[in-house]
Design a protein around this ligand. Structure first.
Ligand SMILES: [Zn+2]
Length: 338
């Protein structure tokens, strides 16, 4: 089969890769219905995270189960399934408290930009939909594999409840779906930080009530202005830079919450600033598996439509253009169909 392989900065190729097969009895092989390019794929694509050898890519997936190992019990061939970028047994102590992305047996699922994918720990990792979905639901179901689950975790970690004031830092796909998550959880006011007109428009469509275009200290000042000088109850940090993290901490009210899901790159927190900020900090790699049953239900019943973040759809063989379009910010998020 042919799939995506990253060779180095801005060099992603669609080329022959080993066809995945069952290695452990707990594995499943799925035929990918749709996969996509993640904002986090752009870190190695841009050479910010080093690529030392040709690396198969992709960690967002949904599709039809083709084959299962002899120990797999609940997942069956023919089912349409979605899983997280971390395979998890869903039974260990970390899984039991809802942190499946820290499963004691977690394995990264990182070869999904391909027609076929091996998923370890199939029973723990995969969630089946009630039936094989109609084609128009596939983008929204795919979004649950990472971006929607991650945006939802940001809102969950930041304790977003009905009536709260929320700020979302970051207008990538995760940030936009963090807006949708805050809206669905009943936030009264949602301030999106974005300087791009097309993303501002989508943020408003998804539930943002205010848009802030400033950055850094000016952004913090603007958010304070909008919140009677106190800051937001919850700030969802969906970028992962020093500036965005400090912006999030400083624009949270005393006793408020920062939910941070942007993968940190060079972020260092000053203990004294943190001490006097008086905020709750909670984040990390989203335990998407915890939220999948609920989010599948919301998509299945038409309550949310996170697939809206895909503004470019390409055949998988054009994966290189999919990366380029996101790198150049011509696309928010690229969906790939094998
Ligand atoms: Zn576990």
């Amino acid at each position: 089969m042919r799939g995506a392989v990253l060779y180095g900065p801005r060099d992603v190729r669609f080329e022959e890769r080993d066809t995945p097969r069952i290695i452990k009895s707990t594995d499943a092989i799925i035929r990918i219905s749709a996969t996509c390019v993640c904002g986090s794929d752009l870190w190695p694509y841009r050479g910010i995270s080093p690529v030392t050898q040709p690396t198969p890519m992709g960690h967002e997936y949904c599709g039809i189960v083709e084959e299962v190992g002899s120990a797999v019990r609940s997942i069956k061939p023919g089912q349409f399934v979605i899983g997280s970028f971390f395979a998890s047994d869903n039974t260990c102590p970390n899984c039991q408290v809802g942190y499946q992305s820290s499963c004691q047996h977690a394995e990264f699922v990182g070869t999904a930009q391909a027609p076929l994918l091996r998923v370890p720990l199939a029973d723990g990792t995969l969630v089946a939909t009630p039936d094989v979905p109609p084609d128009n639901l596939i983008p929204s179901l795919l979004a649950l594999s990472d971006v929607m689950g991650t945006g939802w975790f940001a809102a969950d970690a930041a304790n977003v409840k009905p009536g709260t004031t929320v700020t979302v830092v970051g207008d990538g796909a995760v940030g936009l779906l963090a807006v949708l998550s805050a809206k669905h959880r009943g936030a009264e006011r949602i301030i999106a930080v974005s300087r791009h007109p097309s993303r501002q428009k989508l943020a408003r469509e998804l539930g943002a009530t205010d848009i802030v275009t400033e950055r850094g200290d000016e952004c913090v000042a603007r958010i304070k202005d909008l919140t009677r000088g106190v800051g937001a109850d919850a700030v969802l940090e969906c970028v992962g830079t020093q500036e965005s993290m400090m912006q999030a901490i400083q624009s949270t009210r005393r006793g408020g919450y920062v939910g941070y899901v942007g993968v940190p790159h060079g972020v260092e927190l000053n203990g004294e600033k943190l001490f006097y900020a008086h905020v709750h900090l909670h984040g990390g790699p989203a335990p998407v598996r915890r939220f999948l049953p609920k989010l599948v239900d919301l998509v299945w019943n038409g309550k949310i439509n996170p697939g809206k973040v895909f503004d470019l759809t390409l055949p998988l063989e054009q994966v290189a253009e999919g990366y380029r379009a996101m790198d150049e910010r011509r696309a928010i998020k690229t969906l790939l169909r094998p």
